[in-house]
Design a protein around this ligand. Structure first.
Ligand code: NOJ
Length: 583
């Protein structure tokens, strides 16, 4: 298929080799919609595709180029949509296929791509395939799932052991996630054919690609060996992550996508750079981008439930490791929030310096090399909700964590862990204005609205020139209009600085220097030696007034740099600035 974006790319650039014309997703940015909490159009308290339709202009106004829909298929909601009972329909809470087609058409008319969530590591236990599979060992679906007479010792990631006994069939089935999410047997060619048919179903309708859920888990090691007993929850992971046939299976899926020139973004829990390279580059390339997790662990160990103090050094190491590894070879998917993580201001920023840290965090990732993703509510600075009791939480993993780990701690402390870690914080209704229910619904919303909606809402943010929302708009517009910010090289400066994250993007003679303070106190920063004596143009700053002095970055404690002519200046709490230089 001819790529219609080729006209947007300057063919005269010396750097044409960097730009593969078919990689249309590279200059783009995406907005993730978790429909249940986005906007309720039919007044039943649940977000739906009628609400989405009404808000498409808003989405467009942020400056993104596409939407990723978390699963919108029929689902009993054991894992809020990630347990699918029908891959070819729309959840009745959200509308129907006709309404989806209207959304798709309108999104396309607005120039927005639409990416669907493809969840094929597992289905719901209410999917007809599983219902049939339970009936016995000799029906067409009996090998669609992973059945054993004796379970191995694997734990599930969401609910106790990874095996559940099914009385009807008289065997155990594997579920790496919740009990109601049985794992598909991807070694069965019929299952892979089903996946390809599902992909074609949505691609034929006109969608532009897929975000593929836990895609690095779909091939399990033959024999399903026991895992190491001292690794709770993840003991089976070495045998189901990057499994033996993963690249063969993904090559099959890739072929489908090639027919449509769509893109594939794989979610890669616990993926390392080394394993990601196999998905993103070379003869086994099957994905265009991967969601990696390293940078989401700067304040926790593997899961946010095992909390530790935020470390900027850890965050910078993670960012930079991926930027350097993929440079010139692969492409990053950039994100700080999605439906699986608590809100980023409450984690890496400060609710006290809410506007400052919310804006700074935007600049800390949007200008890196890769395609930025913004999760609903992130752009207006939504923060974590703190519910009074564990009984008010609905996310299966939060509930399990609370009842399984740290049991010696008192309940208050354990609830505090949930406040810090729960995925439910990302799933509270979108705050549109300061009317009842935050303008999300005319009826009582399905889940608690964050009480800060009087202060934090789209209407207010839209009207304030210096708001977080308008800062996101500025960032996306700056990036969209700069080849350097899209394709340029990434270099980190001063990686050991505990307060400042500074990175440069450069292409030909142009450089952008992005400087982000993660400190709640004023801090001095260094000026990289290569810019000594050069005047940079301040193109973006998250404090409305001018910085204290030109280029305030400048001055620092280290001897070597005091020799450089630097103007003195401090970064105010969570201040960020972007300078453009010509060398
Ligand atoms: C990753 C999804 O993002 C998450 O929400 C889900 O619970 C698991 N995969 C299982 O599907």
């Amino acid at each position: 298929m001819e790529d219609d974006r080729s006209s947007e790319i300057d063919l005269n650039t010396d750097n044409i080799q960097r730009v593969n014309l078919r990689d249309w997703y590279k200059p783009m940015s995406f907005y993730q919609i978790w429909v249940r909490s986005f906007a309720d159009g039919n007044g039943d308290g649940i977000g739906d595709l009628y609400g989405v339709y009404d808000k498409l202009e808003y989405v467009k106004s942020i400056g993104v180029d596409g939407i990723w829909f978390s699963p919108i298929y029929p689902s009993p909601n054991a894992d809020y949509g990630y347990d699918i009972s029908d891959y070819r329909d729309i959840h009745p809470d959200f509308g129907d296929l006709d309404q989806f087609k209207k959304v798709l058409k309108r999104a396309h008319a607005l120039g927005l791509k639409v990416i669907m969530d493809l969840v094929v590591n597992h289905t719901s236990d209410e999917h007809p395939w599983f219902v049939e599979s339970c009936k016995g060992k000799d029906n067409p679906y009996s090998d669609y799932y992973i059945w054993r007479d004796e379970p191995n010792n694997w734990d599930s990631l969401f609910e106790g052991k990874a095996w559940e006994y099914n009385k009807e069939r008289g065997q155990y089935y594997l579920h790496i996630f919740a009990k109601k999410q049985p794992d598909l047997n991807m070694d069965n060619p019929k299952v892979r054919q089903e996946v390809k048919d599902i992909m074609r179903f949505w691609l034929d309708m006109g969608v532009d690609g897929f975000r593929e859920d836990v895609i690095n888990f779909i091939s399990k090691k033959e024999g399903l060996p026991n895992g190491l007993p001292f690794l709770p929850a993840v003991n089976g992971m070495p045998y189901y992550k990057d499994g033996p046939h993963i690249h063969e299976y993904l090559a099959e899926f890739r072929k489908v996508c090639d027919d449509y020139d769509c893109f594939q973004l794989g979610e890669g829990p616990m993926t390392t750079v080394k394993s990601a390279m196999k998905y993103l580059t070379g003869p086994t390339k099957s994905l265009d981008m991967m969601f990696s997790f390293d940078h989401m662990m700067a304040d926790c160990l593997y899961t946010e439930y095992v909390h530790r103090p935020f470390s900027l050094i850890k965050l910078k190491k993670a960012f930079t490791k991926w930027q350097y590894a993929l440079a010139g070879k692969g492409w990053n998917a950039l994100y700080l929030e999605n439906h699986d993580h608590p809100r980023i201001i409450s984690r890496y920023g400060s609710e006290h310096f809410w506007r400052e840290s919310g804006t700074m965090l935007a600049a800390s990732y949007i200008f890196q090399q890769g395609t930025p993703f913004i999760y609903q509510g992130q752009e207006i600075g939504m923060t974590n909700i703190k519910l009074m009791s564990i009984d008010q939480y609905v996310d299966v993993s939060s509930i399990t964590n609370y009842h399984t780990y740290h049991l010696k701690e008192d309940p208050e402390r354990r609830l505090h862990r949930i406040h810090l870690s729960s995925r439910d914080s990302a799933r509270t209704p979108m705050q549109w204005d300061d009317t009842e229910n935050a303008g999300f619904s005319r009826s009582t919303p399905w889940f608690y609205v964050n009480p800060n909606y009087h202060r934090v809402n789209v209407k207010k943010e839209d009207a304030d020139e210096n708001s977080i929302l308008n800062f996101y708009r500025k960032c996306l517009s700056l990036r969209k209009n700069s080849k350097t910010l899209i394709y340029g090289d990434y270099t980190e400066h001063f990686p050991k600085d505990k307060n400042i994250f500074m990175y440069e993007r450069s292409l030909d003679s142009e450089s952008y220097l992005v400087i982000c303070s993660f400190s709640r106190l004023p801090v001095k920063a260094h000026k990289p030696a290569k810019f000594a004596g050069k005047r940079g143009e301040l193109v973006l700053c998250n404090y409305p007034d001018e910085p204290v002095s030109y280029g305030g970055v400048f001055d620092h404690v280290e001897q070597e740099l005091s020799e450089i002519e630097l103007k003195k200046g401090y970064f105010r709490p969570y201040e960020c600035r972007v300078y453009r230089y010509y060398t």
